[in-house]
Ligand binder design. Structure first.
Ligand code: VGL
Ligand code: ZN
Length: 213
């Protein structure tokens, strides 16, 4: 049985990338991505501190296949910071696809972290960009508010949720992922890898039923 996080002001919810482009019909649709939006609303109600994240790329971002002639979405390329999967153009800052999901209703949420805004660096993680050195500033925000535990949910489990969870552990937070409040892209073994990476890092995986008790 997994331990549950303390249900007090030391625990924050991070709702990851609940955005139009990751919902059915979006540019990088995650299968059944829309199913987790009502779960985010229910969970959000039970936390004092809620952080929303938004994938937020400039036009022509380095993670877009269209920025690399001859390359197709889901191919891998080598960048100075390591391998980078290529994606369809998605979550271009200021466009309708980058907006938060219609139906997302967490009025308590006070911070939105926008990530992936550097032209030459992607950022699946909401803590540290893909160069593994540039911080988003989220750690400082959470620490300043006395947060020591984080609970993650959202899209996509095998990219932005998993990378954020592994980094949350590295930043010293006790870290939980509510797996059935996430959906995955699952390409080239990414879901199995994400599960293995989270388990190796010590991320605790919960179900929404166990969490809601
Ligand atoms: C994501 C691929 C590219 C995610 C973001 O939110 O998981 N995946 N950009
Ligand atoms: Zn992205």
């Amino acid at each position: 049985m997994s331990l549950l996080p303390p249900r007090d002001a030391t625990t924050a919810l991070i709702a990851v990338d609940l955005q139009v482009d990751f919902l059915p019909g979006g540019a990088l649709a995650v299968p059944d991505g829309d199913h987790v939006v009502p779960l985010a609303n229910r969970l959000g109600d039970t936390f004092e501190t809620v952080v929303l994240t938004q994938d937020w790329h400039p036009p022509g971002h380095i993670s877009f296949a269209s920025s690399h002639p001859g390359k197709a979405p889901l191919e891998l390329i080598d960048l100075p910071y390591g391998p980078q999967a290529l994606w369809p153009d998605h979550c271009v800052r200021g466009t309708p696809g980058a907006e938060l999901a219609p139906g997302l209703a967490i009025p308590k949420a006070q911070l939105v972290i926008r990530k992936g805004h550097h032209h030459h660096v992607d950022s699946y993680s909401t803590f540290t960009e893909a160069d593994r050195t540039t911080p988003t500033g989220l750690t400082g925000y959470l620490r300043a508010r006395g947060i020591s535990n984080v609970v993650l949910m959202g899209l996509a489990l095998d990219f932005c949720v998993a990378w954020s969870a592994v980094d949350a552990v590295a930043e010293g937070f006790t870290t939980y992922v509510i797996e059935d409040a996430c959906r995955a892209i699952d390409t080239h073994g990414s879901l199995d890898k994400a599960r293995a990476d989270m388990s190796a890092a010590g991320v605790q995986v919960l179900s929404i039923a166990s969490f809601m008790g």
